[in-house]
Design a protein around this ligand. Sequence first.
Ligand code: GPU
Length: 804
Amino acid sequence: MRTWKTKKEFKKLFIEKAEVLFEKNVKELSHREVYQIIATMIKDLVSDDWIQTEKIYNHKRVRQVYYFSIEFLLGRLLNTNLLNCDMEELCRSALQDFGFDLEDIFPEEPDPGLGNGGLGRLAACYIDSMAALQLPGHGCSIRYQYGLFDQRIIDGQQVELPDAWLRNGFPWEIKKSDKAVDVRFGGHAYMRPGKGGALVCVHEQYNTVRAVPYDVPVLGYQNRTVNTLRLWKAEYTRENMYGQLRYGDYRKALQYKDQAQQISRFLYPNDSTYEGRKLRLMQEYFFVSAGLQSIMRHYKKHYGSPKLFDRYIALHINDTHPALIIPELMRILMDEEGLSWEDSWRITTNSVAYTNHTILPEALERWSIPMFQELLPRIFLIVDEINRRWLEAVQQRFPGQEDKAREVAILWNNQVHMASLAVVGSHSVNGVAKLHSEILKINTLKPFYTWFPERFNNKTNGVTHRRWLIESNPQLTELICDTIGKDWVHAPEKLLALEPFGNDAAFRERLAEVKQKRKEILAEYLHKERNITLNPHSIFDIQIKRMHMYKRQLLNILHVYHLYRQLVENPGMDIIPRTFIFGGKAAASYGEAKITIQLINTVARLIDQDYRAARKLKVVFLENYNVSLGQKLFPAADVSEQISTASKEASGTGNMKFMFNGAITLGTMDGANVEIHQEVGDEHSVIFGLRADEVQRYYQEGGYSSWDIYNSDADVRRALEVLEENPMFGQLREALLDRNDEFFVLKDFKSYCAAQQEIERRYRDTEGWFRSSTVNIAHAGHFSSDRSIQEYADEIWNLDAVKI
Ligand code: GPU
C-alpha cells in the first residue's frame, strides 16, 4: 500500500517540498502553506498507484463506468485522503515535531463547493465508494471557477458573495493539456448524400470551444485503487478567434472569446429548480461532449472497435443535466465512426443509465427548441430523429391516439423534454428511495413505465460512512471499535452488532458522553468562530439542508414560535431547554426561501430578547452551511429534522448522516425516512404528518382548505401572528392561506407539535433515548453509499471489482 514508510521519510520530503514550493524553511511556513505541501505530497505519493490503476484497467480491458454529474460537492479532501492512505497519525505526529497541529491545518483548505446540495454531494459519496469497493468508476463534471455562492447573513437576510475557491490554486488537481478536446457550438447542420448515396451530416460555421481536463485522484480506502474525477475547463481557441478576425469582425471575435470562457465560470445556484438559460445548456453539452469524446478516444486506443463500446463502457447520468450524452454518443458513433443509426442506437441505449432525483414539476428540464437548435444544430437533428422514430412506434401501437403520443413525446410544445429523452435513450431508470421509485412508476413517469416496465428500478441513496462517521466523529468511531471491533469499517452493515449494546448501561453511558463531547466541540467552535453561545446541555435539534418550501423550514420555525408564545404566557412551563439550529442556502432568485431565512432570524431575536423564553429556547441560523460545517453539526445532533411534505423529498441524505451519528429522526413518511423508519421502527424514530398517498389524493381530488384549519385551530392562528412582525412575511402568509398552503404546513402543524412533545417525552428517559440512539447507529450501515454503489454495480452497470 502507498505509504511514507517512516516519519523520518515524511519529514525529509516535507522539508524538500517547503523549499521547492515556497523557498522557505519549516519554521517560516504559514498554515495554508503546510496544507498545500501535504496535499502535494499526497498527490506525489499516490501517483504510482494512479498510473498503476489506469494500466491495469487498460491492460485487462475491464468494464468501466463513467458517472456524469453537473455537480460534485466534494468538500475538503485532506482529511479524507490522509484517512484513505492511512497516513493521518504519521502526518499528525510529524507535524507536531515541526510545531504544527494537524487540526489547525485542515481548516486552511477551501471547501470545494462544486454543487448545490443533495444531488452534488451524492455524486461525491458515490465516487468515494466506487474507489473503496475497487470498482473501475470515474466522475465527469465541470471545473467551475466559482462554486456555490458564499452565504452571508446581514440584518437577518441572506447576501450572496462569489466563492473564489480556486484563488490559491487547487493542489489536488493535475491539468492534462494534451488530453484537451474541442466542442462545437452553433453553425448549421444538414444531411446530404455521401459516398455510395448514404446520407451524411455536414456541420459548418460552428464555433469551437476547447475543453481542458483537470484530473483529481479519487483514492480507495486503504487499498491501492486510484480512480479519476475529470473536471473540464472551457477555453477559447486562437484558431477560432483568428478565423473571425480574418473577416475583420472584432466584435464577434471578442464575443466568442468571452462566451467560451464563460462556460465553466460559475455553478448555477438552483437546487431542484430548472433554469432555462442558454449558458446552462452550453454547460451541459460542454462537459458531456468533452467527457464522451475523451472516453471514446481512450476506448479506441485500448479497447478497439466502437461496435463493442457498450460491452466495456457504462455511462451513468445523474439526473437529466447530462442527458445530451444520448444524442452525443449517437453523433460520435454515426458521424465519426461511420456506424448505422440502428447499431448506434443499440450501443447508446445499452450504455446509458439514468437516475431521476425529483418529482417536483418545476425541476423537469425542458429546453426551447429554437434555442436548442441554434446552439446545437447537429444534436437537434439527432434528437428530432430519435423523437420521430419513437413516436412512430407509439403510433403503431396506439393508432390515432394523439394523447398517448403527447404524454411521451421528446419534442412537444416547442420544447425538448429531457426526462423523456433520458428514459427513451437508456436501459435503466432508477429513483433514489423506495417510495420515490414507486411514485415515478405510478405518477411522474407512468406512461413510460407502461412501455418499459423492465427499465424501472430503485437504488436507495447512501452516504460514505468514511467521511460522515469515521472522519467527522472520531469519538464515536472509537467507541464503536472498542465495542464491536473494526469489521464494520469495511462492511458497514456489520454495525448491526452494536444493537444489543443498546441494552448495556455502560455502553449507553459512554455513548451519552460522546454525544455530550460532540455538542461541546460544536458549542466551542461556534463560540470561537462565529460568536454564538449555545447551551450544550440543551437538546440540539437540527435542520440543515437547502432552503425550500417543500422542505418546510417554515413548519419548524412556526412550531418554535408556538413554543415561545406558550412560554411567554406561562414562564413556568416545564420544558427541556432546546436549541434549534438551522442552516441552508436559498437560491438567490427564490423569494419565499429567502424570506424564511429572515423569519428564522426574526424569531431568534424575539427569543433572545425575552428572558422568559431565552432560558429555555435558542434559535440559531448558521451562515454558509456547507460540507465542512455539516461535518461539525451531524455529530452534535440529538434530533434530526426531516419534515418535508410527504412525496416531495425524493430521498434525502442528511437524514442518513444524522443516523450514522446517533440522532433520532423526527420526520414525515417521505423519501428515505420511510426506510429509516422501516429499519428502526416506531420505537426509535418519531413519525408524523400526512402520508404520501394522502398528499397526492388532496392534489388530485382537492378537499384541503388551509382557511378551515386556520379558522378552527387557535394554535395555528396564534402561530401565524409572527408573520405580522414584518410586512415582508405577508408573502408567506399568503402562500399559507390565500394560495392554500401547497405544502400542507398548516395541515401538519398539529401533528408536528405532538411529535415534538413526543421527542421531549423520550428525551427525558435517558436510558430509552440512548437505546434508540444505539439502534439508529446499528441500522445506519444499510445507508452507506457502499451498499448503494454495490447495487448499481450489480444490477445496472454489471461491473466487477478490480484488485490493484
Ligand atoms: N436533488 Br432534481 C438535488 O439536490 N438537486 C436537484 O436538482 C434535484 C434533486 C436531491 C433531492 O432533492 C434529494 O431528495 C435527494 O436525496 C438528492 O437529490 C440525491 O438523490
